[in-house]
Design a binder for this molecule. Structure first.
Ligand code: PMP
Length: 393
């Protein structure tokens, strides 16, 4: 076999993708064991039947050929209107590229922002694919560490220093955040915007959880003064409409950037299937009730878990205000997040993600995905707390 490129061989730099507990839990389930899985960020409900009917109708009426590469005009318009309504920033169809999910948008935005060898900043803890997405574009990922006692929010001075010393070209942020559930307050976003302007960075704002806000409100940094011209926003139907498998999302960016991103889409994905785009358009037009229905179980389960945690003092939750996750501090158990998760799986058949799977800042923590029914979730959290307490004594 001829040699494979260094780029592809080093995509997964650490040699481990941090999902071992997840894979092991899946193997146990396949072998017939009962495991409570709190690992993956995927709804326990399926895509709403009305969306699937729209998909079916579109496909049956012939929308199965190549679709427009930048996206179906009406969907681009609907996304633009949605973004304009929510942020007040004037947004046209020309500012929108439809992508096969947020993941493809993460890759494309870094392709647009960085030359090979340029530094791309991102915040630790982070969604597991970030460094690989950046490396895939031949940019160099540089993580900015954060601290649990500051709710994993980035510090302005540290950001500015990192940007300057690495001569970074982009900064990737994610609010509401996976894995922590943190929603960045206005002051943090203002600091981030200032650093981006001072250091001439592109801000890549991953907002795929923007419909999952339990406290306060979501603020898109594209709406901050002078930020629309240097911000690329990533959106997705995956989390807002339980459409993870449909692979449809978008990038909102300055028109000139979208023009180039369309060239990239032509050279790579060649667009998103027309019947999927029609289903996405139907779903967006279905209005906020459908989105609220998809988000509601996570709000309820978050309260449920916080209620259980209030009755003990070994495990504490990182203050969170959105997304389908809770990050728990299990340092009192004297185990690393990884050892805790491995032992919890072996001894209690409960699968959670080690904080270490999301970088170094969340060591000694575990992430719960609130994607299992309430009764099982409550049982798992009670067992988890008892397990941590035993270890702490
Ligand atoms: N960003 C974040 C923070 C995520 O958690 C995910 C999915 N788990 C994605 C992007 C990608 O989602 P998708 O490609 O399904 O839109």
């Amino acid at each position: 076999m001829p040699r494979l490129s260094d780029r592809i061989c080093t995509l997964n730099d650490a040699g481990s993708d941090g999902w071992e507990v997840f894979y092991r839990a899946r193997e146990m389930v396949a072998a017939g064991e009962r495991v409570i899985e709190l690992t993956i960020g995927e709804h326990d409900i399926r895509t709403d039947a009305s969306i699937l009917e729209a998909m079916h109708t579109s496909a049956m009426s012939g929308h199965t050929g190549y679709a427009m590469v930048p996206g179906v005009r009406d969907l681009r318009k609907a996304v633009a209107q949605r973004v304009e309504q929510r942020t007040g920033v004037p947004t046209k169809a020309e500012n929108v590229l439809i992508t096969p999910g947020g993941q493809a948008a993460l890759f494309a935005t870094h392709m647009a922002a960085c030359q090979p060898g340029d530094t791309a900043l991102y915040i630790d803890p982070y969604y597991a694919t970030y460094p690989g997405s950046i490396r895939g574009t031949s940019a160099v990922p540089h993580a900015i560490r954060t601290r649990a006692d500051n709710a994993f929010l980035p510090d302005r001075t540290e950001l500015a220093t990192a940007a300057r010393t690495t001569q970074a070209k982009s900064l990737l942020i994610n609010s509401p955040n996976n894995p922590t559930g943190t929603v960045y307050p206005r002051e943090t976003l203002m600091d981030i915007a200032d650093v981006c302007k001072q250091e001439d960075l592109w801000l890549i704002s991953d907002e795929v959880y923007d419909t999952q806000i339990w406290e306060g409100e979501h603020l898109s940094p594209r709406a901050l003064p002078d930020m629309a011209e240097r911000t690329m926003v990533i959106g997705s139907m995956s989390k807002s409409h339980a459409m993870t498998g449909s692979r449809v999302g978008w990038i909102v960016a300055p028109k000139e950037a979208i023009t180039r991103l369309i060239d990239l889409a032509t050279a790579t994905t060649y667009g998103v299937p027309g019947y999927i785009q029609d289903a996405a358009l139907f779903a967006l037009n279905a209005g906020p009730e459908l989105e609220a229905k998809v988000a509601e179980p996570f709000a309820r389960r978050r309260d449920l878990v916080l209620g259980i945690l209030a009755d003990q003092n070994t495990v504490t939750a990182i203050p969170s205000a959105g997304a389908m996750y809770l990050m728990l501090d299990i340092r009192a158990s004297r185990l690393s997040g990884r050892d805790f998760a491995e032992r919890l799986l072996d001894q209690h058949r409960i699968a959670v993600m080690p904080g270490e799977s999301f970088g170094t800042s969340a060591a000694g923590h575990i992430r719960l995905a609130l994607t299992t029914d309430d009764a099982k979730l409550a049982q798992a959290v009670r067992e988890l707390c008892a397990f941590a307490k035993d270890l702490s004594q």
